[in-house]
Design a protein around this ligand. Structure first.
Ligand code: FAD
Length: 371
């Protein structure tokens, strides 16, 4: 196999974004994906302005918006009483402050847009190849694959997700079970009592439900999360009628265990660097995993242009910028999950703090969405 400048292991949103930005910077890129077909689970994704700004810079935001929805409000409700506790206006002022819109999109649409962008930039996209290990030496690295093939590059980017094999070369850790389980579901809009302009998070004791529109409002997306093990319906039995009614639209045949890992202090070993969930898997409460993967790709591209000719400096610069940022998002996502799921006195206090929140304050969002 011909040596390339950049090898990417994994073709999820993180790997495609990294491959695209490296190819856009003029490098020869080969992406190796384990699955026989490129694709994503058919559920929704929230993209904060920190991610949509990046997509705009890559010239891809219009396409994403055309397939998605620009919600007007992000609303937090108590799942038991149905009371609105607080909200975030996502309109003009929000977009001006953060230089980008809040977009909800179908995962497969974003994935397809990134895949096509990679094709346009000439990324060599290889399916059905599982990278088993990487050896890094001097000015290059080699990826050894399950089919016996060996690929050489100046650098290997490990984008192989939360269960990353390549991470093990750099960090000795394992995914951490949060004890929570998610059921997802997308379904045609209509006949369901949901405001098509809103992302709604219903916060319940040891459970929550998130609802938002997709595909110009033609579809709705739901994620129901509860403390497992146990039965979905039983977990939500104290919740209000609207939440209970929503449960019938969830996929029952699949569920996802909610895992993350503790933040790592290093993502780089020689010419191997981690991106996306392989680097910073996080719980989904801030809806930031994919957003952070897009930020990774952007910063890595900037650093590799700034330090053209020295991958060692580029990877060091990438790690220096990205590790503290993503560690904060990972840690805050865990805390946010705890706050969402409280009961009793904790619930009373959370609701009061949310109800009396200064709606003009940006203290909870500037650090995450700001430039
Ligand atoms: P993955 O999507 O896991 O991709 C890894 C890829 O690598 C896969 O294609 C896999 O087949 C491939 N692969 C694995 N091993 C190998 C190997 N050895 N060799 C070659 N290929 C390999 N994020 C948001 O930004 N907004 C949200 O609203 C949001 N909601 C979420 C809701 C839920 C319920 C969950 C679970 C997550 C959510 N996330 C959200 C997080 C987001 O989905 C992930 O952070 C993001 O998809 C990670 O992308 P990735 O490419 O790094 O990893």
């Amino acid at each position: 196999m011909k040596r390339v400048e950049v090898l990417v292991a994994g073709g999820g949103i993180g790997g495609l974004a990294a491959a695209y930005t490296q190819a856009r910077a003029g490098r020869g890129v080969r992406l190796l994906e384990r699955a026989e077909e490129f694709g994503e689970v058919g559920a929704g994704l929230q993209l904060g302005p920190n991610a949509t700004r990046v997509l705009a810079g890559w010239g891809l935001l219009d396409e994403v918006v055309a397939t998605g929805v620009l919600p007007r409000r992000l609303v937090f409700r108590d799942a038991v009483s149905a009371e609105e506790l607080t909200h975030l206006d996502l309109g003009g002022e929000f977009q001006r402050r953060y230089h980008g819109p809040y977009v909800v999109a179908h995962r497969s649409d974003l994935h397809r847009i990134l895949l096509r962008a990679c094709e346009r930039e000439g990324v060599e996209l290889v399916k059905g190849v599982s990278v088993e290990r990487v050896e890094t030496a001097g000015s290059g690295a080699r990826a050894f694959c399950a089919d016996g093939s060996v690929h050489e590059g100046d650098v290997v980017l490990g984008a192989d997700g939360l269960q990353s094999r390549l991470r093990a070369k750099i960090v000795t850790d394992s995914p951490v079970e949060s004890g929570f389980v998610a059921h997802r579901g997308t379904f045609p809009a209509g006949g369901v009592d949901i405001n098509p302009d809103e992302v709604v998070a219903w916060l319940g004791p040891d459970c929550h439900l998130v609802q938002y529109p997709l595909r110009q409002g033609e579809m709705l997306n739901q994620v129901a999360v509860f403390r497992g093990p146990g039965d979905l319906d039983a977990a939500f039995e104290r919740c209000c009628d609207q939440v209970q009614a929503a449960l019938s639209h969830l996929w029952r045949d699949r569920h996802w265990n909610m895992l993350d890992r503790a933040p790592a202090t290093s993502w780089v070993d020689g010419r191997l660097a981690l991106v996306g969930d392989a680097a910073h898997p996080m719980l989904q409460y801030l809806a930031q995993g994919a957003c952070q993967a897009l930020e990774d790709a952007q910063v890595l591209a900037e650093q590799s242009v700034k330090h053209a000719g020295s991958w060692d400096d580029a990877l060091a610069g990438y790690q220096e910028i990205r590790v503290p940022r993503t560690a904060r998002v990972q840690a805050t996502a865990r805390i946010w999950g705890d706050i969402w799921h409280v009961d009793g006195l904790g619930r009373t206090m959370r609701n009061e703090l949310m109800r009396t929140r200064d709606l003009s304050s940006h203290k909870y969002t500037d650090w995450l969405y700001g430039v």
